[in-house]
Design a binder for this molecule. Structure first.
Ligand code: ZN
Length: 288
């Protein structure tokens, strides 16, 4: 493998996939996850995010392949499955948090859509969107990312409320790790970072004010665990180019870009790149 710092981005690690996440493709099976780590461990060593950052900052070229893990969104499989597996390889990953999910204040709007797809509710979302917006296509998943704004969110919320009851909505939060779960990870040396309060996409129409507010709303929660957090992790790996200068003026921007980090990439871009962790067993294929 080429020398450099390879960061793999995962979400949940679990045997089951909830109907709130199944359509999102965020769940890696524990045996597959363990297989990835075994394969990577045979090709290089695992380092923590601060260690990798120090190597980038030093400016010295990487002489070997080194690996780190980064989990997004704070799912409950982190403490249930990923924690023990990572501990057995002596890996301390990073986690990017969405404060409103962990605090049970708001369900991830994408999980609401995933549930509605399961419950045949997308036609209601589509009909309501078509009343408010022009040219809404049949498949609305990508459209809602690119056109995300308060009105889109209001439609998703309204249909989710209509298609679920309060008991279901409360119970649904167990897909996310709790504050205590995250504390346990943090106590074991896992690094917490900012993934915005509610995982809104950085759509062009959202505006910098809303983007900055969503990161700022999450930051105090992250800083309970990581008082000097430098990392803002872009939701959906989408749209950072719309706000790049403003984002980089506030934080170290972390993206998914299917490329390794080198002293050179860091000097040139000032950003941290990650690979999407594959759902299949062949992890090396994802890193080339
Ligand atoms: Zn995410």
């Amino acid at each position: 493998m080429k020398p450099g710092w390879y960061i793999l981005n995962y979400h949940n690690v679990d045997w089951e996939d909830s109907i709130l996440t199944r359509a999102l493709g965020v769940t890696t099976r524990p045996d597959v996850f363990r297989h990835h780590l075994t394969t990577l461990g045979e090709r290089g060593r695992f380092i923590s995010i601060p260690e990798g950052q120090r190597m980038l900052d030093s400016g010295a070229p990487f002489e070997e392949a080194v690996f780190s893990l980064w989990f997004d969104d704070g799912y409950s499989g982190l403490t249930e499955y990923a924690f023990d597996i990572c501990a057995s390889f002596d890996i301390r990953p990073a986690v990017s948090l969405n404060a409103r999910f962990t605090l049970r204040e708001e369900m991830f709007w994408r999980c609401k859509l995933a549930y509605l797809a399961h419950a045949d509710g997308m036609r209601f979302v589509r009909a309501k969107l078509r009343k408010k917006f022009e040219a809404v296509p049949f498949k609305i998943r990508t459209w809602t990312l690119h056109h995300f704004c308060d009105d889109v969110l209001a439609v998703v919320d309204e249909v989710y409320e209509a298609c679920t009851d309060a008991t279901f909505r409360e119970d649904a939060f167990r897909i996310f790790a709790t504050v205590d779960d995250l504390q346990r990870l943090s106590d074991a040396g896992w690094l917490m970072s900012n993934h915005t309060a509610g995982h809104w996409p950085l759509a062009p129409g959202l505006g910098w004010e809303a983007v900055e507010r969503e990161f700022d709303l999450c930051e105090p929660f992250v800083r309970r665990f990581a008082p000097d957090n430098p990392y803002w992790v872009v939701p959906f790996a989408y749209g950072s180019e719309h706000y790049r200068e403003q984002l980089m003026a506030r934080a170290t921007v972390v993206e998914v870009a299917e490329r390794r980090n080198t002293s050179d990439s860091w000097k040139r871009t000032g950003r941290i790149f990650r690979f999407d962790g594959p759902k299949t067993r062949d992890v090396l294929q994802a890193l080339t």
